[in-house]
Design a protein around this ligand. Structure first.
Ligand SMILES: C[S@@+](CC[C@H](N)C(=O)[O-])C[C@H]1O[C@@H](n2cnc3c(N)ncnc32)[C@H](O)[C@@H]1O
Length: 346
C-alpha cells in the first residue's frame, strides 16, 4: 500500500505537498458529474480508436502484477483502459489513480463498475508528492495530466517512486490540437455570456420584475412601465447577440446551455414558487458555466508548445528517465490530439 499523503502523520513538519496551491474546485465539480474524460466533445464515452489502442499497447507490455500509477486521473479513464487490458490478457495489475481534485469515481461513475473495482483512487493527492514508497511503481501514466503540474517537481517525484526500468507514457496537450482549438473557442463564448452581454444578471433583473407582478392587472401594467421595458430591451439585445454567436460558432455548447437556462427560468415563473425557482435556475446555470470556463482556462494554461516540450523532456531526463523523441498523436488518422511521450526509468 502506498503511504498515502492524507494518511501521513508528519511529526517533523508539514505533509508533503502542503506548500502546493489548493485546487480551486473547478475540477472537483467537473468530475462530480461522473464524466469519464475531460474532452467530451471529442469522445462520447471513454477514449476510443487510436488513443485507446495506444494505451492498450502500452499496458500489453507490462508484467502480470505490475503496479501502475496514473497521475491527474480524473474519473479514471486511463486506469479503466489498464484494467480492461489486464482482464483481456488474464492479468490483474495493481492500478492506482491519483488526482489533486476531490475525485470519487466509485460514487460518481455509473459505467464499467466491474473494472472500477480493480482500481484504487487517491483523491486530493498531488503528483508532486504522491506518498508512494521509493522504487515501488512499474508504470507511470498520465493523459492530459503531467502538463497541469509543476513538471520539474513531478519529474523528481516520479523518478523517486519508479522502480528501475519502470515504463512511462504521457499524452499531453499540444498547443495546436483540436482540444485546444475547441477550448479557445469556448472561452470566447464564455466571454460573450459573462462580459459582453451579461446575460444572466440581465435575465435575473427582468425575472424579478415579472415575477413580482402577481395579478393579470400587474402584468398588464408592466408593458407601460419604463423600467420594465428598459430591462426587457436589455435582455432581448443580450439574447439576440448570444443567438447570433450560436449560429456562427463551431462549438456553441456553453452558449446553448446559457440560453436554455434563461428560457427555463421564464417557464418556471408560471409555477407555484415561480420567482424563487426561476432565480435558482439562473444562479445554478451561471455557476455551472463559470465552472466550465474556469476549467477551460486551466486547460489553456496547460498547453504544450514545442518549446515547452523541450523543457519537459529536459526535466524528466535530468530526474533520471530515458525518453524516446516526442511524437504527434492523431485520432484515427485525423485531428491532432496531442503529444505522446514515452520513456523508462534509467
Ligand atoms: C484534463 S484533466 C485529465 C483527466 C484524465 N487524465 C483524463 O484524461 O480524462 C487534468 C486533471 O489533472 C488534475 N491535476 C492538476 N494538477 C495536478 C497535480 N499537481 N497533481 C495531481 N493532479 C493534478 C486535475 O485535477 C484534473 O483532474
Amino acid at each position: 500500500m502506498p503511504d498515502h499523503p492524507s494518511n501521513t502523520n508528519a511529526p517533523n513538519g508539514p505533509a508533503p505537498g502542503a506548500d502546493l496551491p489548493a485546487p480551486d474546485g473547478a475540477w472537483d465539480r467537473y468530475w462530480a458529474h461522473g464524466f469519464l474524460t475531460s474532452c467530451r466533445n471529442a469522445f462520447s464515452g471513454n477514449y476510443e480508436g487510436t488513443v485507446r489502442a495506444l494505451w492498450e499497447a502500452f499496458f500489453a507490455d507490462l508484467e502480470a502484477d505490475a503496479r501502475i500509477i496514473d497521475i491527474g486521473t480524473g474519473n479514471g479513464a486511463i486506469p479503466l483502459i489498464a484494467a480492461a487490458a489486464g482482464l483481456a490478457a488474464g492479468r490483474r495489475f495493481d492500478i492506482h489513480g491519483i488526482d489533486l481534485a476531490a475525485i470519487d469515481p466509485e460514487a460518481t461513475v455509473k459505467t464499467d463498475r466491474h473494472l472500477l473495482e480493480q482500481i484504487r483512487f487517491h483523491p486530493r493527492t498531488p503528483a508532486e508528492a504522491t506518498g508512494f514508497e521509493p522504487a515501488s511503481v512499474d508504470a507511470i501514466t498520465g493523459q492530459y495530466a503531467f502538463e497541469y503540474t509543476n513538471t520539474g517537481r513531478v519529474a523528481e517525484e516520479l523518478a523517486r517512486i519508479a522502480a528501475p526500468g519502470a515504463r512511462l507514457m504521457f499524452v499531453l496537450h499540444h498547443s495546436e490540437s483540436v482540444v485546444m482549438e475547441t477550448s479557445r473557442e469556448e472561452l470566447v463564448n464564455a466571454r460573450i455570456i459573462f462580459d459582453e452581454t451579461r446575460l444572466f444578471p440581465r435575465a435575473a433583473d427582468l425575472v424579478r420584475i415579472v415575477g413580482a407582478a402577481r395579478s393579470p392587472e400587474d402584468r398588464r401594467r408592466l408593458s407601460s412601465d419604463p423600467k420594465a421595458e428598459q430591462r426587457r430591451h436589455a435582455l432581448n439585445a443580450a439574447a439576440e447577440r448570444v443567438t447570433k454567436a450560436i449560429d456562427s460558432s463551431p462549438h456553441p455548447q456553453l452558449l446553448q446551455m446559457a440560453m436554455h437556462r434563461v428560457s427555463d427560468a421564464y417557464k418556471a415563473l408560471g409555477g407555484e414558487n415561480g420567482l424563487a425557482e426561476a432565480l435558482e435556475i439562473l444562479a445554478t446555470g451561471e455557476t455551472m458555466i463559470t465552472a466550465n470556463a474556469d476549467r477551460l482556462r486551466d486547460l489553456m494554461q496547460a498547453e504544450v508548445t514545442p518549446g515547452r516540450m523541450e523543457t519537459i523532456c529536459a526535466e524528466l531526463q535530468s530526474a533520471g528517465f530515458r525518453l524516446d523523441p516526442p511524437e504527434h498523436l492523431h485520432h484515427d488518422g485525423g485531428p491532432l490530439m496531442g503529444w505522446v511521450l514515452r520513456g523508462s526509468r534509467a
